[in-house]
Design a protein around this ligand. Structure first.
Ligand SMILES: Cc1cc2nc3c(=O)[nH]c(=O)nc-3n(C[C@H](O)[C@H](O)[C@H](O)COP(=O)(O)OP(=O)(O)OC[C@H]3O[C@@H](n4cnc5c(N)ncnc54)[C@H](O)[C@@H]3O)c2cc1C
Length: 300
């Protein structure tokens, strides 16, 4: 992996720093680097973001038979590096802007990047259930996405949520797991026709009209306590080894401390996408942010 010149006091600031190495960040960084702007991309976990963990993406244009998320992200990364985008595995812990208009991005492993602009492409995390046992069992049976979890082959798994991500995850899990439950407060699942049809054909069981009340298990998840959301109160206990909480996403705060975003600071991808969270949308949004950023840099 290539490394960039960073944090050198006295050296000329970079043109742009991109925070987040998912589709939006890679697309933004590639666009800037190709256009000739000195750019570094900072990623705290793995380049490719969430998309790299998707087993098969069927709706990304240009791949009639679908493509693995990892393969697609490897291609994006190859293109980014080919155009000279520098990448670094680290976490941006604070962003600030000096009176001279130069941004300072402080990194967890040490060092500060000075840059004329910042593109915040940090994605969004899944909302928590906020119930007893959730924090304690995170990573011990409680997961956000399949890529974080070990294979669920032969296990009993539950997915909480009623949207497309939850329906898709439940259907995918049902191909390997022994048993899969899809738990939702609402009766109606909010996914498009194709996903609903696949779900209906799968072995996954829908449990509508329930909320998770608490997670049970000492050192690992063992069961869920569910409570009915309407009608007479009904408490149900189901044995599960894995739980995926896919109840919507929430972008984390930009660690900046400013009230109004300054000129030269851009957001893109899942971080700012509302409900339109897709690889192609994130990539396009990253490019749009990069184009705006270039206009800003040119006018500086
Ligand atoms: C289960 C599931 C199924 C999906 N299925 C599809 C599908 O079929 N088709 C489709 O098009 N899309 C799908 N998506 C959505 C798609 O993965 C996302 O829309 C896309 O990855 C968003 O890209 P992004 O760059 O905005 O964010 P992300 O991919 O989340 O990337 C953000 C990156 O920023 C990094 N980061 C965060 N904070 C910092 C920091 N402070 N410093 C450094 N790095 C940081 C994170 O580690 C992460 O790698 C699915 C998502 C999930 C979870």
């Amino acid at each position: 992996m290539k490394r960039a010149e960073t944090g050198k006091a006295g050296a000329a600031p970079l043109d742009a720093v991109v925070i987040g190495g998912g589709p939006s960040g890679l697309a933004a960084g590639t666009h800037l680097a190709r256009a000739g702007y000195t750019t570094i991309l900072i990623e705290r976990k793995a380049l490719g973001g969430q998309a790299r963990g998707l087993e098969r993406i069927e709706n990304y244009p240009g791949f009639p038979r679908g493509v693995s998320g990892l393969k697609l992200m490897e291609l994006w990364l190859e293109q980014a590096w080919r155009w000279g985008l520098k990448t670094k595995i680290d976490e941006a812990v604070t962003v600030s802007r000096g009176t001279d208009g130069i941004f300072l991005v402080r990194l967890r492993k040490g060092g500060v990047i000075r840059s004329r602009s910042v593109l915040w492409c940090a994605g969004a995390g899944f909302r928590k259930l906020g119930v007893p046992g959730e924090d304690r069992l995170l990573g011990k049976g409680v997961w956000n996405t399949c890529d974080e979890a070990p294979s669920c082959a032969g296990l009993d798994a539950a997915v909480v949520g009623s949207g497309e991500t939850a329906v898709q995850q439940a259907e995918l899990l049902s191909r390997k797991a022994a048993r899969v439950y899809l738990i939702s407060r609402t009766e109606k699942l909010k996914a498009h026709k194709l996903l609903l049809e696949r779900f209906a054909r799968s072995s996954a069981a829908a449990l509508p009209g329930y909320r998770v009340n608490r997670l049970l298990g000492k050192n690992k998840l063992e069961a869920l306590e569910l409570i009915s959301v309407s009608g007479p109160r009904e408490v149900k206990k189901i044995k599960v080894d894995a739980l995926f909480t896919l109840i919507g996403k929430e972008p984390a705060e930009v660690p900046a401390g400013w009230r109004r975003k300054p000129a030269g600071f851009y957001e893109a991808g899942d971080f700012s996408a509302g409900i339109f969270r897709q690889v192609a949308v994130a990539g396009g949004d990253g490019i749009r942010a990069a184009m705006r950023c270039i206009r800003y840099l040119e006018a500086m």
